[in-house]
Design a protein around this ligand. Structure first.
Ligand code: ATP
Length: 307
C-alpha cells in the first residue's frame, strides 16, 4: 500500500463513461430551444468536478488519489489513463461492465449512483486514513459522500466538501462533516434561499452556512475572489483576486478547490485566508485559457511565491 500524504478526491460517474467527457463547442450565443447554430470550435475534454479538483491538486505537486467508478470500455480506459498522465494514484478506481440484456436493451442499473457505495468506500479506507485531505462533491450519491466525510473525520483527515451539483435539501450532517464547506454563489443561494450578488450577500449566506455546523465556509465569487468565514472568527473576510482577461471560466471553481486542497496538505499551518488568496490566484490563471483541465496550471508555470 502506497502512503498518501495529500489529497483524496472522490468522484463517481453518474451514468456511463461518456458523461465524464465534456463536449465543448464555442458559439457566439446560446441556441434557443429547437434552434441549430454554427459553433466555431469543437473539442472534448476530461471532466467531472472531483476529477478536475484532483488533477489541479496533482499539477501543483500534491500526491493525489481518486476513488471512483467508470465503465469498462474505451472511455473508461482513457479516463483512467488521464489520471495516470497527471500523476494521480488510480488503484481505488474501479471499472464495471455495462450490462446488456436482451435485444437492444441496455440496462444501466436502477440508480447508477448507487454503484459507488459502501464496498468501494471500505476498500478505499486504508488509503483514506493516510491522506491529509479528503475532497468530496455531490457527484456520487449523498449517502456515499457523507460516509466518506465521516470516515475522514474519524481519521483526523481534513475534509473539504463542495456541495455541487447543489441539492436544496442537503442533509444537516453535511455541514457538521465539513472542515471547509466551499460553494459558489449559486450553490450558496440554493442552500440558503437568499440571493448572492455582492460580497456582503456572500458574507451573510456564509454566516448562515457556518451556523449550520461547519468549521469554516468559503463562498467563491468569480472575478470578485471569495469570502472566508471561520467558526473561530465568524466575521466574513473578503479575499479579492487579481483582475485578469478571462477567456473561459469553466472549471474555475474546481481549480480553486484543487489548489485549496494542495495548500492544506502541504502547508497545514498556513492561515485559511492566505490559502484562499493563493487559490484565487491559481484559479485566475485557469480562466485565461479555454477548456477545463487543459487550462489548469502546473507548479512549474507559477510564481515561486505561491509555494
Ligand atoms: P465553475 O462552475 O465554472 O467551475 P464556479 O462558479 O464554481 O466556477 P467561481 O466562483 O466562478 O466558481 O470561481 C471560482 C474562483 O475562480 C473564484 O473564487 C476566483 O478565484 C476565480 N475566478 C473565477 N472567475 C474569475 C475571473 N473572471 N477573474 C479572476 N478570477 C476568477
Amino acid at each position: 500500500m502506497q502512503e498518501f500524504k495529500a489529497v483524496l478526491s472522490f468522484f463517481f460517474c453518474p451514468k456511463i463513461c461518456s458523461s465524464l467527457f465534456l463536449h465543448i463547442s464555442q458559439a457566439p450565443r446560446l441556441p434557443k430551444a429547437g434552434e441549430t447554430i454554427h459553433g466555431q470550435k469543437f473539442f472534448i475534454g476530461f471532466g467531472g468536478k472531483g476529477a478536475n479538483q484532483c488533477v489541479q491538486a496533482a499539477r501543483l505537486g500534491a500526491k493525489t488519489a481518486m476513488v471512483g467508478k467508470v465503465g469498462k470500455d474505451f472511455f473508461g480506459n482513457n479516463y483512467i489513463q488521464n489520471f495516470k498522465d497527471n500523476g494521480v494514484y488510480t488503484a481505488s478506481m474501479t471499472q464495471s461492465m455495462i450490462v446488456i440484456a436482451g435485444e437492444n436493451a441496455i440496462v444501466i442499473v436502477a440508480g447508477a449512483n448507487l454503484l459507488l457505495g459502501d464496498e468501494e468506500l471500505q476498500r478505499a479506507q486504508a488509503t483514506l486514513e493516510t491522506a491529509k485531505v479528503l475532497v468530496c462533491q455531490l457527484e456520487i450519491s449523498p449517502h456515499a459522500s457523507l460516509q466518506a466525510l465521516w470516515m475522514a473525520q474519524k481519521s483526523n483527515v481534513k475534509t473539504i466538501f463542495n456541495p455541487a451539483p447543489a441539492i436544496p435539501d442537503l442533509h444537516a450532517d453535511f455541514y457538521k462533516a465539513s472542515d471547509i464547506f466551499c460553494c459558489n454563489e449559486s450553490e450558496a443561494e440554493l442552500l440558503t434561499g437568499c440571493p448572492v450578488a455582492t460580497v456582503e450577500d456572500a458574507g451573510r449566506v456564509g454566516l448562515e452556512l457556518l451556523n449550520r455546523g461547519c468549521v469554516s465556509v468559503i463562498v467563491t465569487l468569480g472575478p470578485q475572489g471569495c469570502v472566508v468565514l471561520q467558526s473561530t472568527d465568524p466575521t466574513p473576510k473578503h479575499i479579492p483576486t487579481t483582475k485578469v482577461t478571462s477567456v473561459d471560466t469553466t472549471g474555475a471553481g474546481d481549480s480553486f478547490i484543487g489548489a485549496l486542497a494542495f495548500y492544506i496538505s502541504h502547508y497545514p499551518t498556513m492561515p485559511l485566508e492566505e490559502m484562499a488568496r493563493r487559490a484565487n490566484l491559481i484559479a485566475a490563471v485557469s480562466v485565461q485559457t479555454t477548456g477545463t483541465q487543459t487550462s489548469y496550471p502546473f507548479k512549474k508555470d507559477l510564481p515561486a511565491e505561491l509555494f
